[in-house]
Design a protein around this ligand. Sequence first.
Ligand SMILES: Nc1ncnc2c1ncn2[C@@H]1O[C@H](COP(=O)(O)OP(=O)(O)O)[C@@H](O)[C@H]1O
Ligand code: SF4
Ligand SMILES: [Mg+2]
Length: 328
Amino acid sequence: MSALLEVRGLSTVYDAPEGPIRAVDGVDLTVGRGEILGVVGESGSGKTTLVMSLMRLVKPPGKILKGGEMLLDGEDLFGLPRSKMPARRGRDLALIPQSAMHALNPVIPVDKQVAEAITVHRKVNSKDALLAARERLVEVGIPAERHSAYPHELSGGMRQRCVIAMAVANEPKLVIADEPVSGLDVVVQARILRLIAELKESRGLSMILVSHDLSTVARVCDRIAVMYAGRIVETGEARTLFKSPLHPYTRALVAAIPQVQGPKQALRAIPGDPPDLSQLPPGCDFQPRCPSAFADCETVDPSLEEVEPGRKAACLLYHKNERRQLDE
Ligand SMILES: Nc1ncnc2c1ncn2[C@@H]1O[C@H](COP(=O)(O)OP(=O)(O)O)[C@@H](O)[C@H]1O
Ligand code: SF4
Ligand SMILES: [Mg+2]
């Protein structure tokens, strides 16, 4: 069976005074049916631009470059006239944006907001829409007595549950969530992630879950794509990637996760700063920060290639054709 989502050669640039910023640079992605793909990378690696590109919500000075493809259930959404996209958003593709507060209208009770999301895309009367909305709210763990609350009367976790209810209200083919748990405390984060895992089980939810935190995505995702400087630098099955990362950047992300068990150790930050996307170095983008870098990394730009079945990495250490002997 074909993948639910296939993205090929997606590039998005921002025109800036200092030159074009390639925030998303030739990204290929696939999401299977009923699969959660995690996209992880430091702040500034292009995650939100990727999300907005997939929703076709990039605004000037940003633009999606021609030549990319985004097949959802076999249909190329990038090939559709722009005017057709609003009908797709919310129905085929649903967004959980970076801030739950921005997704909610402060002056409308939450059950009415979910009901509105339903009536926009379906021919149902307002009474039935409200009943369906309340069912969705119960499903995401909002008790009946809070259904007619305004967003400011709810906790951050409850608001995020409402946004999730709205996202799944029309049974979209794919939900794209941008940092859905950042800004919440760790206990609430864990509960929201559990809710996402439950929805995957109960509804066969397909999702792209974006986060700067590898431990967040590792908990609920089936597969992970690691993003650095606008590119995917490693992909693989979540547990395998987490247990034995290949790319030096993924290794650094894993090493930066604080250990709850075992001896206490200082939190290791990834050395160096995320790159300036308008002035990327020649060769490998990660080279200035890479502890494993060798001479060729300064000139050869590694592509994302299969290293073993189901695992890809964009690193010369693993490339059979480009591989060079390390100077010991
Ligand atoms: N509206 C914008 N105008 C110009 N540059 C932008 C804009 N939005 C994002 N960028 C650039 O794109 C890069 C990636 O940003 P973003 O997609 O928000 O990354 P992330 O979500 O991973 O933090 C940023 O480093 C920034 O330089
Ligand atoms: S190609 Fe070289 S610099 Fe880039 S990640 Fe691999 S070892 Fe490091
Ligand atoms: Mg972001």
